[in-house]
Design a binder for this molecule. Structure first.
Ligand code: NIG
Ligand code: FE
Length: 415
């Protein structure tokens, strides 16, 4: 199938467009726009039209569209978007996982020199090409599962050269994967042990020596920081985010994972998203709900660490926007199965199908400031997934076991 020749897919029993949903607040399944017996006409990698299969068929034929005739039951959705991952890394932290299950906490392991620093060591040992290969391998697995856009953070380099190596590896990987990889600079992940100087000096070095290169080489448009006891304080991060903002970067924050404080900083800086929020209480929920910052729940980190989930229900009921991401990383979230995690979050937090699915489509697109995806409507990228079912509710009901039978990226079917 070529991207040049138009394509017509259908008939699809139910096409969930994810259109016309508010960005913020609770959602009911009745709000989902579902086109029954749908046809999707694709041209040049974008959706030209979506509507009744029968109504669109003559037009599809008149423009010579290639038919993807569906003879079984399928539900169509926009390609999933994982808006928070760390899949560019070397090594494994199976040892940390065993230690945690034996009673040590994530923060204790971090304080004793393991945790993220262990991955930094392994990532530094890998070449740029090796990191690109590992990233391609992981994102290829994700696209098979319907994730057509993957955000990826640096943050295991923690020096000027090593952070740039990671971001160049992600750029390289993006050139040879079918998924779109969206890079984020997380040089402020933890203070590097081997930096000669204070935490503020380290951040200053990153601002002066990494930020300009991010622009020059188009390596990232987004800046992230981990605000936590074992990482950076709300005070340390001020100048870093001020500079990032002044240079026009989007800001996102690892916030309130174990202690509060990060979400407030996120809102103060007009961050596009505040991610984690497992420790957020009513005050933080209110602050987020009153802002335009999107709350991102990372159920894979709760499952990887065995800690409570982000208060997703409370956030939505308070009026916040909620996206859901896998946080796939070797430490806190080694599983990397977005749909399974989003479905299970829905079970524990009592989320509607609409809330779960919006969290990994349209609301995740907003968390990455991507206006061209996350919904099935004319003009959007033809990133489309087809689940083998006649009822969309089967998707969360099967808690990740039901996988897409077909995945299209920019109109091209993934083999
Ligand atoms: O999102 N919390 C900080 N950073 C990552 C974990 C990274 C790691 O443990 O390697 C997270 O959970
Ligand atoms: Fe993370």
């Amino acid at each position: 199938m070529s991207t040049i020749k138009p394509t017509f897919i259908g008939p699809v029993r139910q096409a969930l467009t994810m259109e016309n949903l508010p960005l913020k607040g609770a959602l009911k399944d009745e709000q989902l726009e579902i086109i029954q017996e749908a046809g999707i006409l694709i041209q040049n990698g974008k959706i030209l039209k979506i509507g009744s299969f029968e109504d669109l068929l003559p037009e599809a034929q008149s423009i010579g569209a290639e038919m993807v005739q569906l003879n079984e039951d399928f539900v169509a959705l926009p390609g999933f978007i994982d808006c928070h991952t760390h899949i560019c890394f070397g090594g494994s932290r199976a040892q940390d996982y065993a230690l945690r299950n034996a009673g040590k906490s994530y923060l204790e392991i971090a304080r004793s020199g393991g945790g993220i620093w262990n991955t930094v060591t392994k990532t530094r040992q890998a070449t740029q090409e090796e990191l690109a290969k590992l990233t391609i391998h992981r994102s290829n697995r994700m696209i098979q599962e319907g994730i057509t856009t993957v955000e990826i953070k640096s943050g295991y380099g923690l020096s000027v050269a090593e952070e740039l190596k990671m971001l160049r590896a992600i750029k390289l990987a993006n050139e040879s994967t079918q998924a779109d990889l969206i890079p984020t600079c997380l040089a402020a992940h933890i203070p590097p042990k081997d930096f000669q100087g204070s935490q503020k000096d380290y951040l200053k070095t990153i601002v002066e020596e990494v930020f300009p290169i991010l622009k020059e080489e188009s390596l990232a448009k987004r800046i992230d920081a981990f605000i936590e006891d074992t990482a950076f304080s709300t005070e340390d991060i001020q100048l870093y985010f001020q500079k990032a903002k002044a240079m026009g970067f989007d800001i996102t924050v690892h916030a309130d994972q174990f202690h509060t404080g990060g979400s407030q900083v996120a809102v103060e800086f007009g961050a596009i998203s505040a991610d984690h929020l497992e420790a957020s209480g009513n005050k933080e929920i209110e602050i987020l709900a009153a802002s335009d910052t999107i709350a991102v729940a990372l159920p894979g980190a709760s499952m990887g660490l065995g800690v409570p989930f982000t208060p997703a229900r409370k956030l939505l009921d308070a009026g916040a926007s909620l996206a859901i991401a896998s946080d796939w990383n070797p430490g806190s979230a080694p599983m990397g199965d977005l749909l399974m995690q989003a479905s299970v979050l829905g079970t524990y937090e009592k989320l509607s199908n609409a809330e779960v699915l919006a969290g990994i489509t349209c609301r995740a697109a907003a968390a990455l400031d991507l206006q061209d995806r996350g919904q099935l409507k004319p003009g959007m990228l033809a990133d489309i997934i087809l689940f083998p079912s006649a009822d969309y509710r089967e998707i969360t009901y099967q808690q990740g076991r039901l996988k897409p039978a077909m995945v299209f990226k920019r109109g091209v079917e993934i083999e």
